[in-house]
Design a protein around this ligand. Structure first.
Ligand SMILES: Cc1cc2nc3c(=O)[nH]c(=O)nc-3n(C[C@H](O)[C@H](O)[C@H](O)COP(=O)(O)OP(=O)(O)OC[C@H]3O[C@@H](n4cnc5c(N)ncnc54)[C@H](O)[C@@H]3O)c2cc1C
Length: 175
């Protein structure tokens, strides 16, 4: 559904659309947005506010997307995270130079890119650190404590099942 900047469906002023089903009519300053949960999540606040504003004849807000980065899991204990955090070129160069800090960050799976200019990713995490950061971010974004506990409990159950399987296989090989 094509929407205007306030996420109202074009030619249907009483209908708003967000998430995967919505396509912003955009304009040169507003490129097409990806069909991701991050976009849907941010649009939800605007649609809620604009619905209230439409009902109460108040001015509506134009949706503005703020990219917070990308995260993905790679197996159960590894992942990749990119964060659009500006990194001063001097800091990036200093970290890349051989030295204890550079070695430490490399071992932890942290990369800094000094070429950040609004579109590129400034900080990249890889490996177990990225997996941990991804899970922490998912937990943090759960709307209620109950959901946080349920999600964490699900992960703990899954980890314990996998551990039992690994130990069972190891015991089987030892016989
Ligand atoms: C495999 C996969 C992996 C993904 N991974 C990521 C990721 O890592 N990060 C990320 O940001 N995004 C990811 N996405 C995209 C993300 O899931 C979507 O962008 C996001 O869920 C969109 O939210 P939404 O509310 O628009 O739609 P949905 O989450 O699809 O919600 C729509 C809801 O409406 C319900 N519905 C449909 N028709 C009707 C009807 N007629 N009546 C009543 N209810 C109805 C559906 O059952 C559904 O619950 C992934 C998508 C897929 C498929």
């Amino acid at each position: 559904m094509q929407t205007d900047a306030s996420l109202r469906v074009l030619r249907h002023p009483r209908v708003f659309a967000l998430g995967d089903i919505s396509v912003s009519s955009g304009g040169r300053e507003q490129p097409a947005l990806p069909a991701t949960a991050q976009v849907a999540f941010q649009q939800a606040d605007y649609v809620a506010w604009n619905l209230w504003a439409a009902i109460n004849a108040k001015p509506m807000l134009s949706f503005s997307y703020q990219h917070l980065g990308d995260m993905m899991s790679l197996g159960t204990t590894s992942g990749a995270v990119t964060l659009p955090i500006p990194v001063p070129p001097q800091l990036s160069a200093a970290v890349q130079a051989a030295g204890p800090l550079g070695q430490l960050l490399k071992a932890a799976g942290v990369k800094l890119s000094g070429s950040y200019g609004g579109g590129a990713d400034g900080v990249t995490l890889e490996g177990p650190l990225a997996a941990a950061v991804r899970r922490a971010a998912y937990l943090y974004r759960q709307p209620t404590l109950e959901q946080q506990l349920r999600v964490a409990g699900g992960w703990a159950q899954s980890a314990s099942r996998q551990l039992r399987e690994v130990l069972g296989e190891a015991a089987g090989r030892g016989k």
